[in-house]
Design a protein around this ligand. Structure first.
Ligand SMILES: Nc1ncnc2c1ncn2[C@@H]1O[C@H](COP(=O)(O)OP(=O)(O)OP(=O)(O)O)[C@@H](O)[C@H]1O
Length: 355
């Protein structure tokens, strides 16, 4: 069983805190993405889990085994987990089959069993036809598949993946995403998948850990991160969310509140325990703003830019009431307003950030 419990995990490099008080509870079989900007500590977290680094404090438990605690550091080779890095780390002198079978051989697995499991792992990643090739004769995506097969063959119950698609082009990434989904489905392993690509995280994960500056900002499903970000960092990081100031927050007590946005009184979603407040911030996505129909409640905004985005246009506007704010709208089959024109903007949805 590979549920994961992290309690108060800390790590510094040369007195520079890199991970601070990381506590997470991950269920057996979950597909977890760890998402955050460059340098936020994602790889360090993975290295602590794998045992390549020693924690300064806190605990790591996997299933009923203690990996790390004050005075305890289980060596990496005793943790029995699979690790897939972005640099595939394949042995160049071995064939695909030999690369995949190597760990079984080292662990003394009998030949027949070894061949069966290797064949199975190669089939799972669609590489049977490449079994006799060496890594140099494979594409980037095929090499990453070998790395995945090599990890699979050991049948780990916990797999750590560090930006496994970072070196691949956009099309290959989409194919490999499907591969990971299949792998997760078949193996039922717990997956911890590190990425700084929020689309990848959203597409793959059951839940996402959003990190910033060594701390967990939010740990939730992709839907919750989108609809109910815990703070401004998460709101901005997930799909370029927009964070805008609001005033005169008047909660209705049922997860909704009225507030003033750009001079317009609007209904917004909020936490059930939201209190009345003179000022706060709310988060929005581009789809939350639309050009207002005649008579619809709206605020006036000036068009700054109109950009063609392939299939739709992006409109950048600034509210007349709040010219320091920039808002993005997406227009499909609508007449386009001119730059500098004044348009009416209606609001469809928004979330008051918990304070
Ligand atoms: N061995 C080390 N010695 C000193 N500093 C380190 C070491 N490893 C990581 N760091 C620092 O710790 C911080 C977090 O690094 P880490 O690699 O965990 O971030 P990350 O979120 O994975 O970044 P990226 O997305 O760019 O890979 C960075 O500031 C990095 O420079």
């Amino acid at each position: 069983m590979a549920s994961i419990t992290l309690r108060g995990l800390r790590k510094s490099f040369a007195a520079q805190p890199v991970l601070q008080d990381i506590s997470l509870q991950i269920a057996q079989g979950e597909f977890i993405a760890v998402l955050g900007p460059s340098g936020c500590g994602k790889t360090t977290l993975l290295r602590l889990l794998a045992g390549f680094e020693t924690a300064d404090g806190g605990e790591i438990h996997v299933g009923d085994r203690c990996f790390a605690a004050p005075g305890v550091h289980l060596p990496p080779e005793d943790r029995q987990l699979g690790v897939v890095f972005q640099s595939y780390a394949l042995w160049p002198h071995m064939t695909v089959t030999e690369n995949v079978a190597y760990s079984l051989k080292v662990n003394g697995v009998a030949r027949a069993e070894r061949e069966r499991r290797t064949q199975q792992a190669l089939e799972l990643v669609g590489l049977e036809a490449f079994a006799a090739r060496r890594p140099a004769d494979l594409s980037g995506g095929q090499r990453q598949r070998v790395a995945l097969a090599r990890c699979l063959v050991a049948q780990p119950t916990l797999v750590l993946l560090d930006e496994p698609l970072a070196n691949l082009d956009v099309h290959l990434r989409a194919t490999m995403e499907e591969e990971f989904r299949r792998f997760h489905h078949h193996s039922r392993a717990t997956l911890l998948y590190i990425t700084h690509d929020q689309h990848e995280a959203m597409a793959l994960a059951d839940r996402i850990v959003v990190m910033d500056a060594g701390r967990v900002m939010q740990f939730a499903t992709p839907q919750t991160l989108w609809r109910e970000p815990a703070n401004a960092m998460v709101a901005r990081f997930v799909d370029d969310g927009k964070v805008l100031p609001i005033s005169d927050i008047e909660p209705l007590g049922d997860g909704r509140a009225f507030a003033t946005l750009c001079g317009l009184r609007v209904p917004l979603r909020c936490a059930r325990d939201q209190r009345p407040q003179p000022q706060a911030q709310a988060s929005f996505h581009a789809v939350d703003f639309q050009l207002a129909a005649p008579g619809e409640p709206q605020f006036a905004a000036r068009v700054q830019r109109v950009i063609y985005r392939g299939g739709h246009h992006q409109l950048n506007v600034t509210p007349l009431d709040a010219p320091e704010c920039s808002i993005t709208l997406l227009l499909a089959d609508q007449p386009l307003p001119a730059v500098d024109a004044t348009v009416g903007v209606a609001l469809r949805d928004g979330w008051i950030l918990p304070s």
